[in-house]
Design a protein around this ligand. Structure first.
Ligand code: UDP
Length: 458
């Protein structure tokens, strides 16, 4: 534990300015981190700079936080032709507001020169402008990575694979291991199926032009040792592995959508480990055919379920109007369909026995922390990489093939079969290791402590 007195020998104060892109999977870990840092009472100010889209609700956070809106005009994502387009616009529009704010603080500092203050910028990998502005002003900046460590080399190698004509991947190579990225196969690589120019632009955009002062990674040393070694070889800066951030401090809900609390009262009535919880995260979209097959699989599995169908996540429909009437009735008998769930509480509930997920990194860490085996339905980006690790390395997941007759078998294998028992065992072993990492003297505990010391040494 640090105390203000320990670090009070100098008159230098530290102010933190944090910013994350307006995506659920980025904002949540950033807010957890900010809440943790605030709890230390070591920093003179903590500012959360945020875009117009999905702004955090100040009433939900410690009174010590200052919120800085960056007027970026991205409150409606639908006008953007691609994700790259959106992120580029976010960066171009946020930059001047962010820079003005930092310049004002720095100038204020110069005037009151007896009160030395260091500003440290912490940003996610999409709000690249924040690191660039920090660099221009000579301030230290830290990148918080909200996806797995394994995703980083898998994305960074794509330009090289492209030059060597190994990407886009030929069908005959899909099942082969990428020698540099064992155990990933070519089919697990991120960005497969995206236009090549968009891929190269995205990688270029998110690759730091100058290395940050440090990286914070929402992962654990024991989960991804080889990826972390690789990253440490590439970047000669401190890399702090502080995951899972959602467990470092209790934080009020960070959901952009209202959480349906019926989930918990409904779960209370179910048998232990009997329920499959289904959620494809905050961004993935499925077509009508896939969603209908998912529904049939759930109905035919004879297991109780909670299915999160985010409004608009089934292409062409507002919510669940795509379900044939008979099927909708059948589903209501056995399960609960909601628009958004209190996912962390759901996963922690005794009745949940499996998590059918798109393998988003936050969802994966949340499942690992609760020791819940996963049924993996990856869509894009880091999700295929994580799926491979879940199924092949950590052995707490199985890939689900969304076809008539297939799904119910996988659900039953995981929830009630012998294979499921083994996966549950593995998931519980992983849960135990995660708890050790978070507790006194564990790798994430130490890494967080070192990170705080690192900021105080700036
Ligand atoms: N989540 C939630 N309720 C839901 C679905 C998702 O609270 O009904 C949360 C989930 O707990 C996780 C986040 O949304 O923290 C999704 O992040 P993830 O990285 O798993 O996926 P993404 O949405 O970025 O694809």
């Amino acid at each position: 534990q640090h105390t203000a007195a320990e670090h009070g020998g100098t008159r230098r104060r530290r102010r933190l300015v944090l910013t994350a892109s307006p995506l659920q999977g980025h904002m949540t870990p950033m807010i957890h981190l900010a809440t943790f840092l605030h709890s230390k009472s070591l920093f003179s100010a903590i500012t959360i700079a945020h875009s117009d889209l999905n702004p955090p609700d100040p009433s939900n956070h410690p009174p010590g936080f200052t919120f800085l809106p960056l007027r970026d005009n991205t409150s409606d994502r639908s006008g953007f032709v691609s994700g790259v387009d959106f992120v580029q616009s976010l960066n171009d529009n946020c930059r001047p507001w962010f820079k003005d704010h930092l310049v004002q603080i720095v100038n204020g500092e110069k005037e009151a020169s007896d009160q030395k203050e260091t500003i440290v910028v912490i940003h996610d990998d999409l709000m690249c402008f924040a690191g660039e502005v920090a660099g221009e002003l000579g301030l230290p900046s830290v990148i918080l990575r909200t996806s797995s460590a394994s995703f980083f080399p898998a994305a960074n190698i794509i330009p090289q694979l492209y030059q060597e004509s190994r990407f886009p991947v030929q069908d005959s190579m899909l099942q082969e291991i990428v020698p540099e990225l064992h155990p990933l196969r070519y089919k697990d690589l991120p960005f497969i199926g995206f236009p090549m120019n968009q891929i190269l632009e995205t990688i270029n955009m998110i690759t730091p032009k100058t290395p940050p002062s440090a990286f914070l990674w929402n992962t654990l040393e024991f989960l991804e040792p080889s990826a972390l070694t690789r990253i440490r070889e590439q970047y000669q800066v401190p890399i702090f592995t502080v995951g899972p951030l959602h467990k470092i401090i209790p934080t009020p809900s960070t959901s952009f959508l209202d959480e349906d609390t019926n989930c918990i009262t409904w779960l209370d009535k179910q048998a232990p480990k009997s329920v499959v919880y289904v959620s494809l995260g905050s961004l993935a979209n499925a077509d009508e055919k896939t969603s209908t097959e998912m529904a049939w699989g759930l109905a035919n599995s004879n297991q109780p379920f909670i299915w999160v169908v985010r409004p608009g996540s089934v292409r062409g429909f507002e919510w669940i109007e795509f379900l044939p009437e008979g099927l909708a009735v059948e589903m209501k008998v056995r399960g609960l369909i909601v628009k958004w769930a209190p996912q962390k509480e759901v996963l922690a509930h005794f009745a949940v026995g499996g998590f059918w997920s798109h393998c988003g990194w936050n969802s994966t860490l949340e499942s690992a922390f609760e020791g819940i085996p996963m049924l993996c339905q990856p869509f894009k980006l880091d999700q295929k990489v994580t799926c491979r690790y879940l199924c092949h390395e950590w052995k707490m997941g199985v890939e689900i093939v969304v076809e008539r007759g297939e799904i119910e078998g996988v659900i039953r294998r995981v929830l009630v079969g012998k294979e499921g028992e083994e996966m549950k065992q593995r998931a519980l072993e992983i849960q135990e290791k995660v708890k050790v990492a978070l507790s006194y003297g564990g790798s994430s505990y130490n890494s967080l402590k070192e990170f705080v010391e690192y900021i105080l040494s700036q």
